[in-house]
Write a protein that binds this ligand. Sequence first.
Ligand code: ACO
Length: 332
Amino acid sequence: MSQVFPSVIITGTGSYLPKNVVTNDDLAKIVDTSDEWIRSRSGIHERRFAEKDEATSHMATAAAEKAITAAGIDREEIDLLIVATMTPDMPFPSTACLVQSQLGLGNITAFDLQAACSGFIYALNTGSNMLRSGAYKKVLIIGADKMSSILDFEDRSTCVLFGDGASAAVLEISEETNCGILGGTAGSDGSNPNLLYQPAGGSAQPASLKSVESREHFIRMNGKEIFKQAVRVMGQVSTDILNCYDYETEHIDLLIPHQANMRIIESLAKRMRLPMEKLHNNLDRYGNTSGASVGLALDEAFRNGRIKSGELVLLVAFGAGLTWGATLIKWH
Ligand code: ACO
């Protein structure tokens, strides 16, 4: 498929990880688990947890500062800010508004986007389409989550899997043709929201003494079902977007999947017949950082020289909702 829209390129990426490293052994001191169980079932060795006074907006702002520096632009040039998060500082105002103020941006368009672990890809696709529409000139997207704020440290089946962090990217239109973000796709299926959710704290079940006592402000997950769906859906959406742009799996130079679980990632690679060397993973060090995950891995891969000009990079994610998405990039 030839490209008919202006090219959108990622001109800068950045990420932020809290300093506090929490190892599997640290978690084994507070919940009935072990380093061996967590490593073998998830591939995670350690994760970062933010400080008590460090909210999602603070991590998002720190990641954004790095992306803006990498892009080499003046922050005043940014005219659209999208923050993908499922752990906003507060229900309202949006975390995007808080980040807008912390970064000292002008009175630009700023909004939150909620697509759980698919958030970075949803933001990337939305931001690039808004650039292509001509309505905006420079877009800052951020994926940030303080997962430790919604983890139940009495539920060993979930609290060992997640970590905190933020990632960001600056998107701009390029004069070059046939490069940059070739296209993106995203989908959702809300027919079974209880597979992965936070029961209380919204309008369906506002905070109450009962909701706090019954620990309903924390994540609940059907891990086995999520596992199956994640492999199937990420495989399908990857194939779909490659087909759409006349590429085959063998053309992929680098696949960056959502960093949920190493067994999910290995099953995805097997399903796609892609050797593991063609994937970039950092799950072992950061766990599942939800909305930040894909952007964190992208920033790390780029800074480590794993992405070169002309290479085909596929980003793919899956999350609560259920939501999923993929973005195909020919790096400029
Ligand atoms: N430590 C020790 N034992 C544990 C732990 C733990 N942390 N957690 C569960 N167990 C026990 C269970 O209680 C169970 O014990 P039992 O047999 O005595 O009942 C046993 O381990 C096996 O539990 P399973 O649930 O069968 O373990 P499974 O092999 O399915 O692995 C896991 C569980 C890791 C959660 C897996 O299902 C998974 O990875 N699912 C996907 C989760 C995920 O990635 N979610 C997020 C993706 S979407 C998003 O990012 C928003």
